[in-house]
Write a protein that binds this ligand. Structure first.
Ligand SMILES: Cc1cc2nc3c(=O)[nH]c(=O)nc-3n(C[C@H](O)[C@H](O)[C@H](O)COP(=O)(O)O)c2cc1C
Length: 322
């Protein structure tokens, strides 16, 4: 069997590092293997206060896994992925076997989506996201083995809005969580979130939608939320296998949204706080599924300025580090 030389693996990992991650912690480590690549969770980068079980960490790694698979296909490598080959509690999250193939038909568009995807927390325009588009995005996520539910019913959207606000308030009163948030804003040149891309605080409503309230980016105007699209990713068990699939699904949804010019902002606080997670399960999901992440989806104004990309750690730090 032909295994790739170092160069394509470096390039695949480099593209995978563009994946979104909680607070841009980039909680992943990659190792080359005889078959291709292995993805490990880097638990030294887990958020102890906001994410003690590692749900967001695993979602982030799932997004990186999906980015790697898409990048490999675009570069002409077929992939075979084994998830959690050493069981749910091991740090090894996935093994990817790489075999030479031909670049995917959508290679150019996929690489562009990886490059252009970002978290743009500025308010959306009031153009509604059609239900059919939300359905398509939910299907893109579900194709990766997670459940994805668009919230289109007025009552369930109302409950979700209220719970998002309550979770933000709850965390604002939790010193460990707020200290952790602060720590990851302007954390370093290679990780964390620069305050320059976080909208400045505008109103209590904006505060509820934006966990980072210390931003410097001026984003004045009317708060819009009635037209936001909402999709919740969920599953039967609150466990690493489901979180990994949800992360892959989130990445698939996000790249598909980016390709259409749609903006996606994860709202994870409502799942991080036990009380609002339980209420979301009961009031919005009818007790039929467990939520992993809520995604807000909408259109940014055509005239918006480009946001600088958040930084990433160099490949040498995340692929076969010493
Ligand atoms: C699991 C997960 C949870 C996230 N939760 C939030 C959130 O609650 N609020 C928010 O503004 N951004 C959230 N984000 C977005 C990250 O902050 C963002 O992906 C990271 O800073 C990297 O920036 P980029 O997406 O622009 O590349 C989340 C991302 C992931 C993967």
């Amino acid at each position: 069997m032909t295994t790739p030389s170092t160069q394509p693996r470096r390039r695949i990992v480099e593209l995978a590092t563009r994946a979104p991650s909680i607070h841009n912690t980039q909680p992943w480590l990659w190792r080359t293997s005889s078959a291709g690549l292995e993805l490990y969770a880097d638990r030294t980068r887990q958020l102890g206060a906001a994410d003690p079980v590692g749900r967001n960490l695993t979602l982030s790694c799932g997004a990186a896994l999906h980015h790697a698979v898409v990048a490999a296909a675009a570069l002409g490598w077929a992939t075979q992925v084994e998830r959690l080959p050493q069981g749910p509690s091991a740090s090894l999250l996935a093994s990817i076997a790489l075999t030479p193939g031909t670049p995917s038909d959508d290679a150019g568009a996929d690489l562009r989506a990886i490059d252009e995807r970002c978290t743009d927390r500025r308010r959306f325009t009031s153009w509604p996201v059609p239900d059919s588009t939300l359905g398509d995005l939910a299907r893109a996520a579900a194709s990766r083995g997670t459940r994805a539910l668009p919230l289109v019913d007025v009552t369930e959207r109302f409950h979700a809005d209220v719970l998002v606000g309550r979770a933000a308030e709850n965390q604002a009163g939790d010193q460990r969580v707020t200290a952790e948030h602060r720590q990851w804003v302007d954390h370093s040149r290679v990780d964390g979130i620069p305050s320059a891309i976080l909208p400045a605080e505008r109103s209590s409503m904006a505060r509820a939608q934006n966990r980072f309230t210390t931003g410097l980016l001026q984003d004045r105007g009317r708060d819009v939320e009635g037209s936001d699209g909402l999709i919740v990713l969920c599953g039967d068990q609150d466990d690493p296998a489901n979180w990994l699939a949800a992360g892959e699904g989130m990445s698939a949804l996000w790249l598909a949204a980016s390709a259409q010019g749609l903006s996606v902002v994860p709202l994870s606080q409502v799942v991080e706080v036990a009380e609002t997670r339980d209420a979301l399960t009961r009031q919005v999901l009818g007790g039929l599924a467990l939520p992993f992440i809520l995604l807000r989806i909408g259109w940014q104004p055509i005239s918006r300025s480009e946001l600088p990309r958040t930084a990433r750690r160099p490949v040498t730090d995340v692929l076969d580090p010493p």
